[in-house]
Design a protein around this ligand. Sequence first.
Ligand SMILES: Cc1cc2nc3c(=O)[nH]c(=O)nc-3n(C[C@H](O)[C@H](O)[C@H](O)COP(=O)(O)OP(=O)(O)OC[C@H]3O[C@@H](n4cnc5c(N)ncnc54)[C@H](O)[C@@H]3O)c2cc1C
Length: 490
Amino acid sequence: MGVSPEQINHIGVVRQSIDARKKQVKINVSLKIYIDEVPDEHRSIRQYQKVEQAKSIIVVGSGPAGLFAALRLIELGFKPIVLERGKAVSERKRDLAQINRNGSIPPDSNYAFGEGGAGTFSDGKLYTRSKKRGDVGRILEILTQHGADEKILVDAHPHIGTNLLPRIIQNIRKTITDSGGEVHFNSRMTGLSIEKDVLKGVYVGEKLFEGEAVILATGHSARDVYRMLHKQNVEIEAKDFAMGVRVEHPQTLIDQIQYTCTIRDEYLPAASYSLVVQVKQRGVYSFCMCPGGFIVPAATQDGECVVNGMSASKRDSKFANSGMVVQITQDDLQPYASHGVLAGLEYQQALEHMAFEHGGGAQKAPAQRLVDFVEGRLSTDLPECSYHPGIVSSNLHQWLPKSIGSRLREGFKIFGQKMPGYLTNQAVVLGVESRTSSPIRIPRDKIMLSHPQFKNLFPSGEGAGYAGGIVSAAVDGERVAEQIAQIFDK
Ligand SMILES: Cc1cc2nc3c(=O)[nH]c(=O)nc-3n(C[C@H](O)[C@H](O)[C@H](O)COP(=O)(O)OP(=O)(O)OC[C@H]3O[C@@H](n4cnc5c(N)ncnc54)[C@H](O)[C@@H]3O)c2cc1C
C-alpha cells in the first residue's frame, strides 16, 4: 500500500471466510487498517436498566426467541417474567447424560426443553439466511457481551459449540435477573387465561401469571402447546415443513472431498457441505450440517425416536453429520386429515413412533448404510457411529413414507455426483430427522405482530413459524419486544 509500518496504528479483522472451491484453498480476510488514526474498535455494550418496578410482560419459553425478547424488553424499560417448563442449564445437562445412558426421556428436560431452548445443546451455528445484517450483528454482539468469542463477529460461518453455549445462556439469565426480571424454571404453561375475549395471562397449573402482554416463544417441539391453543379455540394454521434422516460420514472423507486433500491442513476447520436438489417437484436438502460433531437423541417423549446433530467448539470428533430432509406438503397429510389443523403434528409423531419401533426402544436409532439405503437392501453390519444410545440395522427404504424415502434415495444419488465419494457405504443414515421446522404457524398481524384474536398475544420464534435457527429466533424475539414497547405505555 506504500504505507510505512510506523504509520499503521492497528490492524483489525473485519471478515474471514474460507474459499475451498479450487484445489488451492484460500482464506479470505478483510482487514481494517488504521493509518495515522486512533482505532475505534470498541464494541457497543448494551445497558440493561433496573426494571423490577416496571410493567410486566410474560415471556413463555427461554429459547433464543424468549431470552432475546426478555433482554430487549429490559433495554426498553419493561419487566420480563420468563416461564420455562424445563430446568436450569446445569441440571438439564445431567438429564441429557441420563438420556444418552438409559434412553429414557424426561418430558420437560431434554434436548429441546429447558433453559436456553433447543439451541443450548446444539452446534451453535450462528449463520442465517436473514438479509437484515444489522439485526444479526446486534445478536452476535449481545452473545459476545455474554461470553461468546469475538471471532463470531467476523467469521463468515460463525459457530459457538455445545461446550460453550451453556455458560453464555447462564450469563444471559443473570443479566435478566440482575435487572429485576424474573426467570421461573419447572414452570410449564398449561393454559391461557381468557376472559370475555381478553387475554389476561397464562396458567402454570393452578397459578396465574398476569402481564400487559404475553410473548409465546415455546418452540416447535411443544406439541402440547399447539394442542392447548387449538382446544382453547385460539387460531393456528397448518404450514409446510420438512422431514427425513440424518446422515453421518467419517469427517476425514468430507475433508478429502471438500478440500481435495488426503489429510486436512491443521489450519483448516473440519469441512462442511450444503446440498440441495429438486426431486419430483420437492426440495431435498441438507440441514443443520455438523462438521466434527455428534448425532443426538432429540425426542421429547418416550416412544419417539428423533435424531439431530451438535458439535463442540473445536469440531474435533471423527464424524460429520447432517440432516437430509424432504419438503412435506399438505398432500402427504391426507391420511391424517381428520385431525384438521393438527394433521402435520400427527404425521410427524407417527413417523417418530415408527422409528422408535424399528430401533427397538431405549432411543436406539434405526440405521442403514448409505448405499444400502439407496439400493434398497438391509445392511448386514453397520459402521462406527457417534450416536451414543446406539444404532440398529433397519430397512429404512421400506418403512419411510414413499414421498420421503424415494426422494431421499434419488437425492443421495445426485449428491454423490455433486460430491464424488459422498455416496459411500462408509456413511450411515439414521431415522428420523423430524424436527427441522414447525408444521404449524401461530398467525400474527404483519405490522402489529399480535395474534388476530388477542391484541396482547405475541407469537414468536420457531414454534410460531417465524424463525428457523438460533439467530433468526433471537432476531424475531427482539422484534416482538420492540413492537410491544411501541404499543404499550411503560
Ligand atoms: C440438537 C439441536 C441442534 C441444533 N443446532 C442448531 C444450530 O447449530 N444452529 C441453529 O441456528 N439452530 C440449531 N438448532 C435449532 C435451534 O435450536 C432452534 O431453531 C431455536 O432454538 C429456536 O428458538 P426458539 O426460541 O424459537 O425455540 P426453542 O429453542 O425451541 O425454545 C422454546 C422454549 O420454550 C420452552 N417451552 C415449551 N413449551 C413450554 C411451555 N408450555 N411452558 C413453558 N416453557 C415452554 C422450551 O422448554 C424451550 O426452552 C438445533 C436444534 C437442536 C435440537
